[in-house]
Design a protein around this ligand. Structure first.
Ligand SMILES: [Zn+2]
Length: 267
């Protein structure tokens, strides 16, 4: 943040606090001798605000957003290779490079789930007909039914570990998520499902990403998807490609729709 932008940034922080009870830990300001720009940019504050608004808008009133998440503190933090991390009331965004609108919504969805003791992801798991069983996952891998190496993913097409239960958590997802990999579990499923719901068939900052998630299953095996991954997409279509390519036909879309419209009771 340049010194000339500090006033704008302060106003944006006040807006985030006032509208959503979101506090950004400012890392810019007057240093001992000179201005300390920190890592945040003005464009990132705008992106953060716009992305939070996307999540808040599907919840209806901003009071719903505050009720669902409580207050949230956002900071930039050195969190290794992933783009973000979240706990209840806390979202960290990587100091390495910038972040996407998708990452913001994904991490805030985690903060929402965490604020309910991770119960929302359990409800999603149940609603979509999935379950988590490390034991059955182990057996599946032992029997050679996994699309991965034994207890490990491989970095090659058809071996990343995308089939149900073929992941670290032993998560047998039900219905059709938009994708799966070795890190997939019900918590990641929930965060991704919220982001997919918000982006799907709308015209917002998540929409292209959401569409790319689905259309890749129409590619041939060995082709590169919009995220630059080569995989056997045709083989995976049965696990991930929704009826007629329409994501609103999935149980995940329906779950998030029910959730944000108050048709699922979360006590
Ligand atoms: Zn996540």
């Amino acid at each position: 943040m340049e010194k000339s932008e500090a006033q704008y940034a302060q106003a944006k922080l006040a807006q985030l606090r006032g509208e959503y009870q979101v506090d950004v830990l400012a890392d810019w300001g007057d240093g001992d001798r000179e201005w300390n720009p920190g890592l945040w940019t003005r464009a990132e504050l705008d992106k953060l605000h716009n992305s939070i608004a996307l999540l808040a808008n599907v919840m209806g009133e901003t009071t719903n957003f505050i009720r669902h998440l409580g207050s949230v503190t956002v900071k930039k933090s050195d969190i290794g290779t992933h783009g973000g991390e979240a706990l209840a009331h806390r979202v960290s965004l990587s100091t390495k490079g910038s972040f996407s609108a998708w990452t913001v919504v994904h991490e805030f969805a985690h903060a929402w789930d965490a604020n309910y003791g991770w119960k929302l992801s359990r409800l999603l798991e149940k609603y979509t007909g999935g379950y988590t069983s490390p034991f059955l996952s182990y057996l599946k891998q032992l029997a050679g039914l996994s699309d991965s190496a034994f207890l490990n993913p491989e970095k090659k097409p058809g071996r990343y570990g995308r089939r149900p239960g073929c992941n670290k958590a032993g998560y047998f997802y039900g219905d059709k998520p938009s994708g799966s990999n070795w890190s997939f579990n019900r918590v990641e499923d929930f965060a991704e499902s919220v982001a997919m719901y918000i982006g799907w068939d709308r015209n917002n900052d998540l929409s292209e990403h959401a569409r790319n998630r689905i259309i890749r299953y129409q590619l041939n095996n060995g082709e590169k998807d919009p995220f630059n991954t080569i995989d056997n997409w045709m083989d995976y279509a049965k696990h991930f490609y929704p009826d007629n390519g329409d994501y609103t036909k999935t149980k995940r879309w329906q779950f998030v729709d029910d959730l944000v419209n108050g048709r699922i009771s979360v006590s």
